[in-house]
Design a protein around this ligand. Structure first.
Ligand code: ZN
Length: 200
């Protein structure tokens, strides 16, 4: 991810909606994590950029950004994100996954709305009437990932402090970075510098 939060908020390296959502805490494993979705309006902007809700629904939901229900939905969003981190780490370590929160959310999830064709592909036709709508595409992405062979392909960027997750779709499972151009380049430069410094 980028050092610049505005830039990081537009970088989708996870390969799945749920992992890009997990990556909305920039520098997650560093001492100074950077929150990319601090409030409901930011969550809506993320949904718009990631293309998980139709624009019409986002426009309607914006009117509720300051409501107490939106604040509660934001709490759920952050809880779910923390859960995705725990699930991803468990899968990477070969531990069994605690499915309680996921299954609780599934029990409360609405039926999947019809799909509609939009300029940027197909979207669920959410009505824009319930502030929890941004959460469901993330949950469905997570359950689809968990129930697929890709669950064994979750990786985490090796760059110091990054903490971004991705699905490693390289043939030999050798992916090391959220982005080779961003973290990979920075980390290679950092290690080369440390080596030079160490040898003097
Ligand atoms: Zn990274």
């Amino acid at each position: 991810m980028s050092r610049d939060p505005a830039r990081a908020a537009t970088q989708f390296f996870g390969g799945r909606v749920c992992l890009d959502f997990a990556n909305t805490l920039d520098w997650r494993t560093s001492n100074e994590p950077q929150e990319l979705i601090p409030d409901y309006a930011a969550l809506l902007s993320w949904s718009e950029r990631r293309g998980t809700l139709p624009p019409a629904a986002i426009r309607k939901l914006k009117a509720h950004s300051a409501s107490s229900t939106a604040v509660a939905a934001m709490q759920k969003a952050h809880d779910m994100r923390r859960d995705i981190w725990a699930i991803s780490d468990a899968l990477r370590d070969g531990r069994s996954v605690d499915l309680r929160l996921v299954n609780q959310m599934l029990a409360r999830a609405p039926r999947q709305p019809d799909l509609v064709r939009q300029e940027r592909g197909y979207r669920h036709a959410f009505a824009g009437t319930d502030v929890t709508e941004p959460l469901w595409p993330v949950l469905w992405s997570l359950t689809a990932l968990l129930a697929s062979d890709d669950a064994s392909r979750i990786g985490c960027c090796e760059a110091h402090g990054c903490g971004w997750f991705f699905v490693d779709e390289s043939p030999n499972r050798t992916r090391r970075w959220c982005s080779s151009e961003v973290c990979g380049n920075r980390e290679r430069a950092r290690r080369a510098y440390a080596k030079r410094k160490g040898s003097t």
